[in-house]
Design a protein. Structure first.
Ligand SMILES: Nc1ncnc2c1ncn2[C@@H]1O[C@H](COP(=O)(O)OP(=O)(O)OP(=O)(O)O)[C@@H](O)[C@H]1O
Length: 686
């Protein structure tokens, strides 16, 4: 039985968003102090320390494979800035195409407004030169100020226009994010619901899906944002460089000279961030596991029952101390890098001023132009720092975004091809002929040449020991899997020629592993079909779910999930009644019941088998159960063993033959007889 969501996935997503926020803060320049920079300790060292400190306790939590969102950290740590730059055009191209599909208007607006803002940045810088020229010219101060006024108005106008354009670009960029998110999410979940069911038995597919879901999904909009940030940075840099080139060609290399230390510091600080996350990942992973256990509803009762509070708290705190120690060490390294960056930047700026001084002294550069050059260099430096940061971020996001794209391509390949044969609606008999099936990655076939026949109106039972292949055969009959070899037929129609998605409309399944859908009781029974209250009530009556639902505060409108307000929790058996009602609600000629009574009490079980014996309202029933007494009334029984049919026939004949069915039946019957034969004593003494 499964729940609708997992806490683990929630934590990973949450952490990812935390990292995103942190990255944004750093980009804004506000998150530097709390940034995880430094990454000085080797990952192995941290793991060794953790093991020593835990003296084996870490094994309680256990080593796990790297979480999907960390999949590319190693790659990132090893990549140089040059390597990033080579891949960047492809990434930016993919991002722009994605943005274009999400919203042509917002993409165009973002690009055009950013470019226009760049033009006004350059224009403003050049106009500044006019202001300074007027101010530094000869004559009385009021005259000079008056002369500077037209250029000043141009500077102010350019600044206002630039700000307006940048605000517009920012708005368009912000509008793009939710649209891109929506588009990529819709595509991903459309694919996960359409791929062949066998994909979910394939670990490679699972890994790819988790990587795409946990991080790739969120990185799609980040790639778009960062590609635009790269564009913005480039535009700003070009504007500054263009202005300098117009003022004096020799000023261009000066911009590069001052930009180098800043660029180095920005790139190094970004790399440190990744290394730090990499270093801390095993510790944080364990902390998540513990955090889940300490704050999850499912484990809350056991923590109390086994008085595990102290143990879990100590383990969590030990890991917290590990994390804290790494952060403190990183803070020191962060300071060192910052200071080195500042010193190098200071020296470079000093060198620039020396060159400017020489140019001024030799008369190669007028004073006003030199003043403007200082402003342009400052503006260019800021743009370059943002550009380098965006390049780094875009590369990182791009790796995870590629996971998303790869997963989508893989999922597309796994969507079953649509077959065009006519979909049978009713049948006189359904049969399997020499069906073989092996789960992806499994070494042994789960079905080996199985042939069964189910005639309309019969109750046919599949019995056999655990793992003998009953559920697998039922899933093939339900059109959930296609056999590797052999054929399933509805009368003469071969299912290999039929679109199984449409066939499944004509099959109703009460699965062994049913889901606790976090929906109302009504929707739990109607399951995606238009709810018809009269039919829902009828299905609930047939399964005994009415006794469960009617006393609830909101009746059929009660939400069956305690995690939400006014939600209600049901017991295992109560949930099973709902799952059975779900099967009855679907108006399909074939009803497959896989262990429908495992959690039911004796009375409910009896009532359900009575109902099934009555052919569940005229349907044909395929029944899988270990309650062999209930199989006595089936029309036909197939006994499976290691994926083969080893016995078949009416139950009475099988009992008389004394084979596997007879043996299993006797074992169960004997247990009841023994209990019944026990002398009933006076009961426990008081
Ligand atoms: N998703 C899967 N991937 C790989 N092997 C599987 C998968 N599901 C089932 N199997 C294997 O296929 C075989 C048949 O499993 P199946 O679930 O059909 O048995 P069953 O007869 O229904 O068992 P039970 O009575 O325990 O429900 C088992 O050996 C099982 O381990």
């Amino acid at each position: 039985m499964r729940r609708g969501s997992t806490t683990r996935a929630g934590n990973e997503g949450r952490d990812q968003r935390e990292n995103d926020d942190q990255a944004r803060a750093e980009q804004d320049g506000s998150g530097r102090d709390r940034d995880e920079q430094g990454g000085g300790r080797r990952i192995g060292q941290v793991q060794d320390d953790a093991r020593e400190a835990g003296a084996g306790e870490g094994a309680v939590v256990g080593e796990m494979a790297a979480l999907p969102w960390q999949a590319h950290l190693g790659e990132l740590a090893a990549t140089s800035l040059a390597g990033m730059s080579r891949r960047l055009p492809t990434l930016v191209g993919a991002a722009i195409r994605l943005a274009w599909r999400a919203s042509r208007f917002d993409t165009t607006a973002t690009v055009v407004l950013n470019l226009a803002a760049g033009v006004f940045t350059a224009y403003g810088l050049l106009a500044t030169s006019g202001v300074l020229t007027a101010l530094f010219s000869g004559g009385a101060t009021p005259d000079r100020v008056r002369a500077a006024l037209p250029s000043l108005a141009l500077v102010a106008g350019a600044a206002a226009l630039r700000s307006g354009l940048q605000a517009g670009a920012g708005w368009a960029q912000a509008r793009l994010k939710p649209k891109v998110n929506r588009m990529v999410e819709t595509r991903l979940f459309d694919l996960t619901m359409r791929v062949d069911l066998t994909a979910f038995d394939d670990t490679d597919f699972h890994d790819a899906m988790h990587r795409a879901r946990q991080r790739g999904l969120y990185e799609a909009s980040a790639v778009v944002q960062e590609a635009i940030d790269i564009l913005t940075g480039l535009v700003g840099l070009t504007a500054a460089a263009g202005a300098l080139g117009v003022l004096h060609p020799v000023l261009l290399p000066l911009l590069l000279l001052t930009a180098v230390p800043d660029g180095w510091a920005a790139a190094r600080s970004a790399r440190m961030r990744y290394l730090t996350i990499f270093t801390l990942s095993p510790v944080r992973r364990r902390k998540w596991v513990l955090a889940d256990l300490m704050a999850d509803r499912d484990s809350a009762a056991e923590i109390r029952a086994f008085t595990m509070r102290g143990f879990l708290g100590r383990e969590h705190d030990r890991l917290g101390a590990e994390e804290c120690a790494v952060h403190v060490g990183l803070a020191r390294r962060q300071t060192v890098v910052q200071v080195l960056g500042e010193i190098a930047g200071g020296l470079a700026t000093g060198a620039v001023y020396v060159v400017l001084g020489v140019l001024l002294a030799t008369g190669a550069l007028p004073l006003a132009v030199a003043g403007t050059a200082v402003l342009a260099i400052r503006s260019g430096k800021t743009s370059l720092a943002s550009l380098l940061y965006a390049v780094n971020q875009c590369y990182e996001s791009g790796l995870y975004f590629a996971d998303y794209l790869d997963f989508c391509a893989e999922a597309e390949r796994r969507i079953p091809e649509r077959r065009t044969g006519p979909v049978p609606v009713t049948f006189d008999s359904i049969s399997t002929e020499d069906v073989w099936f092996t789960y992806p990655g499994a070494e042994e076939p789960s079905l080996r040449g199985v042939s069964v026949r189910i005639r309309a109106g019969q109750v046919v039972a599949l019995v056999g020991e655990n793992g003998s292949g009953k559920t697998t055969l039922a899933k093939i009959l339900a059109g959930l899997y296609r056999p590797d070899a052999g054929e399933v037929r509805w009368d003469a129609d071969r299912l290999s020629e039929v679109d199984l998605e449409r066939l499944r409309e004509n099959v109703s399944v009460i699965p062994q592993d049913y889901t606790h859908w976090p929906m109302t009781a009504r929707h739990n029974i109607a399951m995606g079909r238009t709810p018809d209250d009269a039919r829902i009530a009828e299905a609930a009556r047939a399964s005994g779910a009415d006794e469960v639902i009617e006393p609830l505060s909101q009746g059929y409108g009660t939400l069956l999930d305690r995690r939400f307000k006014d939600g209600h929790e049901l017991s295992g058996g109560q949930w099973q009644r709902i799952a059975v009602a779900r099967g009855f609600y679907r108006d399909a000629p074939l009803l497959i019941c896989d262990e429908p009574t495992a959690a039911l009490d004796a009375r409910a079980e009896h009532a359900l088998f009575e109902r099934i014996r009555g052919h569940a309202g005229g349907r044909t029933v395929l029944l899988i159960t270990h309650r062999l007494a209930s199989v006595r009334h089936a029309d036909q029984v197939y006994v499976l063993d290691h994926g083969r049919v080893v016995e078949e026939g009416p139950p009475a004949a099988l009992l008389a033959a004394g084979g596997v069915f007879g043996e299993l039946y006797d074992l169960q019957a004997r247990a009841y007889r023994l209990e019944a034969d026990q002398p009933r004593g006076p009961g426990p003494s008081r």
